[in-house]
Design a protein around this ligand. Structure first.
Ligand SMILES: [Zn+2]
Length: 66
């Protein structure tokens, strides 16, 4: 089943980023998925297949600001 992602979804990966953060925000969708590290702000591109392999969990969206 394909992974369903939307912009601004937050995800947790199996391995921490170099900065120690596990949580990422989806900032680009397409053949490759752009993720921004929630801890250090670094941007990375992963193929959808790579992301599916590394994904541990989707996180609930951050509450919308009023
Ligand atoms: Zn980071």
């Amino acid at each position: 089943m394909p992974l369903e992602l939307a912009l601004n979804d937050r995800v947790r990966l199996r391995k921490p980023h170099a900065c120690g953060g596990y949580e990422w925000t989806v900032v680009r969708l397409g053949a490759d998925i752009g993720l921004k590290c929630d801890t250090c702000g670094r941007y990375v591109l992963l193929s959808r297949r790579d992301l599916e392999k590394r994904l541990k969990a989707k996180l609930p969206p951050a509450p919308a600001s009023p």
